[in-house]
Design a protein around this ligand. Structure first.
Ligand code: MG
Length: 433
């Protein structure tokens, strides 16, 4: 069995105007669907980041994939040279999926997932069962809360209903959380911070704790918007709320700053773990993060860490070093959600609920035949089907692809959206507070 066809489908997915320290989300997020067809008539699929950078890497990889045995993943990795590229691989200044230094790993990860989908279909087993079996029966996810402007995503006649409404106050954030938990049953809460004055974000976290109680662990992620001083101040103010299964995620830029925040918090008696997907994005970052006590929880990602198996290896490494493992998320459709769920279930070290943007995508954008992936008590069960368990609605794919062709942009630029809609002079400043 060899791969005889490799098709690449760029997609545009309606996305609400969510805010972060990077700026504001555009009306459409960019994703990519890849499809591999084998000489045995088996088709494997995977979802990857979108835009021209991701597409260029996938097109470059295509010539190595055509004619390959889907079982020969190590051979592909060595021929492709997807080892970590030199340069600034952090996400301090670039949103996930836009950094050219991990583009090769991201392309490999997509092909790996599609090959595992093929192998699973060939042997009649779900992907997580090919990779050592299940460490847990379902993959738990967190309620991923965002400050946002009014709007449900999309533009003009293609605009989506705004399910959550504008949310720029602590009170409206509690309403957002209540609604999301009522619908999905999440048992962990993540707040995307770095948007409003830290005092308002502290108040938001306190209100969330008052509403949901200590059985819902809390995490806040300002994406480096704070100085060391502000990070320590927020950490101390929220020492109760961010303990007990919660964490403080990338409060400031760089491992040195994170290490200083950790030192000062510990000195003040606040043992709040620091998590990162900004300062730590690849294996080369692990030892510096560990040696400097800068990061206690690594946020994996089966897309930009180099695949599902890379996250399994990362989990083993984190266990050896006494670090925790959780999972980062970007805008994604149900196919990526399934890749994340298989990764979580096949990785014993994944002991935190994973993040997901899935509640922010509208059902009319889902490319899975049969509609959206369902959550039970905040968790996704592995489908009782071989491979990733995804059946694709190709008419939907064609519609999202057509929408991508009509879009005027080919990369994610949240700062440009801020200048367009909020403040014509807006610049990303680190630290902002
Ligand atoms: Mg993060």
């Amino acid at each position: 069995m060899v791969i005889k066809e490799f098709s690449i489908h760029p997609l545009a997915v309606a996305d609400p105007p969510l805010r972060s320290s990077y700026g504001r989300h555009a009306p459409y997020a960019l994703r990519t669907l890849i499809r591999l067809d084998t000489t045995d008539g088996i088709c494997g699929v995977a979802e990857a980041h979108g835009g021209e950078g991701s597409l260029a890497a996938l097109h470059a990889l295509r010539r190595l994939v055509l004619g390959m045995d889907p079982f020969a993943l190590h051979d592909l990795w060595m021929r492709w040279g997807a080892e970590e590229a030199a340069g600034d691989r952090t996400q301090t200044w670039m949103v996930p999926g836009e950094n050219p230094h991990d583009a090769r790993r991201r392309a490999f990860a997509a092909v790996e997932a599609a090959c595992l989908d093929i192998i699973g279909k060939a042997v009649g087993k779900p992907v997580c069962d090919l990779l050592g079996g299940r460490a847990r029966g379902a993959a738990p996810f967190s309620a991923y809360l965002f400050y946002k402007h009014a709007g449900g995503g999309g533009e003009g006649a293609d605009e989506r209903e705004d399910e959550y409404g504008e949310c720029l106050t602590p009170e409206s954030m509690v309403r957002q959380c209540r609604r999301m938990i009522a619908q999905y049953g999440f048992r962990d809460i993540k707040l995307k911070g770095g948007v409003l004055d830290p005092e308002i974000e502290i108040e938001t976290v306190r209100l969330l704790r008052a509403e949901f109680g200590p059985n819902y662990p809390l995490r806040i992620d300002p994406n480096c918007a704070w100085s060391v001083e502000t990070s320590v101040r927020v950490g101390l103010a929220l020492r109760e709320e961010l303990s007990g299964g919660g964490y403080l995620e990338d409060p400031c830029a760089g491992l040195d700053g994170m290490a200083e925040v950790r030192r000062r918090l510990l000195a003040a008696g606040a043992d709040i773990p620091l998590a990162s997907n900004v300062a730590v994005t690849g294996f080369e970052d692990i030892l510096p993060a560990w040696r400097g006590h800068a990061v206690q929880i690594v946020l994996s990602d089966p897309h930009y860490w180099g695949g599902i198996r890379a996250v399994q290896r990362l989990g083993d490494l984190c266990r050896c070093l006494g670090m925790g493992l959780s999972m980062h998320s970007n805008n994604h459709l149900g196919l990526s959600l399934l890749i994340m769920a298989h990764t979580c279930c096949a990785t014993p070290a994944m002991e935190f609920a994973c993040d997901t943007h899935y509640p922010w995508q509208h059902s009319s954008d889902e490319i899975l035949a049969g509609g959206r992936v369902q959550f039970e008590n905040g968790a996704v069960r592995i489908p009782d089907r071989p491979g990733l368990g995804a059946e694709i609605d190709w008419d939907r794919v064609a519609r999202l692809e057509e929408r991508y062709r009509r879009l005027p942009y080919r990369r994610r630029d949240d700062a440009a959206e801020m200048r367009k809609h909020v403040d014509p002079a807006w610049q990303r400043i680190l630290p902002r507070w």
